[in-house]
Design a protein around this ligand. Structure first.
Ligand code: ASP
Length: 582
């Protein structure tokens, strides 16, 4: 037996017990003839005391950081207790030790406040994973996984695996493709999600399906994305949107109780997509704070101020208690909105002084009376600061949504320990892709239009107004899940493909299997998928999903540890019938 206990287990009650431990050397300190070693494993750290009698062996077999050792000895009460660790009352007075394996000096310190930079830690991820902070993240991930599973199991959901080598059926992103050796010149694709499979499972009668599953999308990796990521993927038959929202709201509540000890007594708020866009400027509103967007277009136009008069949209937010912002702060905010990522030409502001006066950066065009109407519209009070952006509708709305989040951040309104989930519902069915000059499915092409809007699918001018039975679950300004009620009739699905610009041949080539299945008794169905990595990172209070993935890729999609992707042998290429363009 390598060990009788783990390094996190022993307490004062074990005093006098003979034990054997095994683990990694975290730290070595020598005091005269005595050596202290912190021994670490997954469960914790235990202090070892190696007395004089072991000095000779230590001279011959010196210990080093990250050595794997085995020690036997007696649990002893410490004189200098360490209240910071659970084993801090005891140490092991070692009688024997053996080095099970040595270790090179690690390239960074294996501790919470490590001296290793990002890339270095990614290269030696197996060492990074030894750090307590990283381990805690993986533990949280495991607990969230188990919590979701337990909930879904208790509701009769069945975990069914679906294949990874599938047909290329783009769902919005680019597919990763895999050449087939046995079928020369043909390719599999890796699934962007199990979408079509879970729908087929509904056709087959498995009316409650789930899977915690890898998905693959070949996208540019800005903004904390990974080419492979994990979803909690779910589908249900004989349900309406309401059933799905209720069921998965309960799942999230269950996870919150188990993982964070937080109980949500009220139903999650629901907001239509239209309202989210109007009041928050985006479809994943952070409702931890108000500061809603106010459309000032009507209020401010026609006063001779060109910027407003020529703008498609003039929109404001009211920053509570910020009237005291200095000129310098305002100039800096102005520079902030001018950054290329935000892309505005300038920022207009009005300070509502605590003395009741209002002063703006456009006093020439707007007297105090007019500024008061701004204040009324924005529900500003003395002491508040009104910030205004004007320009092209879409860009301005987006910029204001960013500015709102930035102000929320600066004002400390985005506390990561406060959780505010909500449902965003009634998404548009289509969205116009400027680059491609065509309508694309906003969610995916299997999403059902609202029944009352189906007839509009014959009228291009109505496309922007068609709403879908599609929904997202949003947590603290981040989309953590999304889904929809699906189309389950062949003719409607064909109509949808046609609306997306597919010829019947194309639709048949890509999705013939699904269209075919819809002719053999497809039940009404719908589902949802949660971004599991993202959910974990939010629950863990971190910005990056990488921290919650055991072996993540870097920003260019590389695994720097195993150095992938990489070239392959000429013989492998030949087998695959592939020749490379140099
Ligand atoms: N497959 C969808 C996605 O990955 C989720 C769903 O509609 O259930 O976004």
């Amino acid at each position: 037996m390598y060990r009788t206990h783990t390094c996190g287990e022993l307490r004062l009650e074990h005093n006098g017990k003979k034990v054997t431990l095994a683990g990694w050397v975290q730290r070595i300190r020598k005091f005269g003839s005595i050596t202290f070693v912190d021994l670490r494993d997954r469960y914790g750290i235990t202090q070892l005391l190696l007395g004089e009698s072991l000095n000779q062996q230590l001279d011959q077999q010196p210990l080093g950081r990250e050595f794997v050792i085995q020690v036997s000895g007696t649990v002893t009460e410490r004189t200098n207790k360490n209240p910071n660790i659970p084993t801090g009352d005891i140490e092991i007075t070692v009688s024997d030790f053996a080095i099970l394996n040595g270790a090179k000096t690690p390239p960074f310190t294996v501790q919470d406040d490590t001296d290793g930079g990002d890339e270095l830690r990614m290269k030696y991820r197996y060492l990074d994973l030894r750090r307590n902070i990283v381990k805690q993240n993986l533990e949280l991930r495991y607990r969230v996984n188990r919590s979701a599973r337990n909930f879904l199991d208790s509701r009769g959901f069945m975990d069914i695996e679906t294949p990874f080598l599938i047909k290329s059926t783009p769902e919005g992103a680019r597919d990763f493709v895999v050449p087939s050796r046995m079928n020369p010149n043909e390719f599999y694709a890796l699934p962007q999600s199990p979408q079509t499979f879970k729908q087929l499972l509904m056709v087959s009668g498995y009316d409650r399906y789930y899977q915690i599953v890898k998905c693959f999308r070949d996208e540019d990796l800005r903004a904390d994305r990974q080419p492979e990521f994990t979803q909690i993927d779910c589908e249900m038959s004989f349900v309406e949107q309401e059933d799905i929202l209720n069921n998965f709201e309960e799942m999230l509540k269950h996870i919150f109780v188990e993982i964070k000890g937080i109980t949500f007594n009220e139903p999650f708020p629901r907001m239509t997509w239209d309202d989210a866009m109007e009041f928050y400027g985006n479809d994943k509103p952070d409702i931890r704070f108000e500061m809603k967007l106010v459309n000032l277009s009507e209020t401010v136009k026609g006063n001779g101020f060109k910027v407003f008069d020529e703008a498609e949209l003039v929109v404001a937010i009211c920053a509570k208690g910020c009237a005291e912002y200095t000129r310098k702060q305002l100039d800096e905010l102005t520079e902030w909105v001018k950054r290329p990522q935000i892309g505005m030409n300038g920022l207009i502001y009005a300070r509502y002084g605590t003395d009741g006066t209002i002063k703006s950066s456009v006093d020439k065009f707007f007297d105090e009376g007019k500024l008061k109407t701004w204040a009324e519209k924005c529900q500003a009070e003395p002491g508040d600061l009104i910030l205004v952006l004007a320009g092209k509708e879409e860009r301005t709305r987006k910029a204001m949504s960013e500015l709102r989040l930035e102000m929320g951040e600066r004002l400390g309104l985005r506390d990561k320990n406060v959780f505010k989930p909500l449902w965003v519902i009634d998404f548009p069915l289509f969205e116009y892709a400027e680059e491609e000059n065509r309508w694309v499915a906003r969610h995916h092409p299997f999403t059902a239009p609202k029944p009352e809007h189906i007839e509009w699918m014959n009228d291009l001018s109505k496309y922007a107004d068609i709403k879908a039975n599609a929904y997202d679950i949003v947590l603290n300004g981040t989309e953590v899940g999304g889904g929809s009620i699906r189309i389950f009739q062949r003719d409607l699905q064909e109509k949808m493909f046609a609306a997306l610009g597919m010829t019947p041949e194309e639709a048949n080539h890509k999705f013939g299997f699904l269209l075919g299945a819809f002719e053999y008794g497809a039940p009404p169905h719908g589902g949802i998928a949660f971004g599991f990595d993202r959910l974990c990172s939010l629950l863990g209070g971190s910005e990056t999903i990488r921290d919650f993935i055991a072996f993540p890729k870097n920003n260019s999609g590389r695994d720097v540890m195993m150095d992938a992707p990489s070239t392959i042998d000429q013989s492998q290429l030949k087998e695959l019938n592939i020749s490379l363009v140099q």
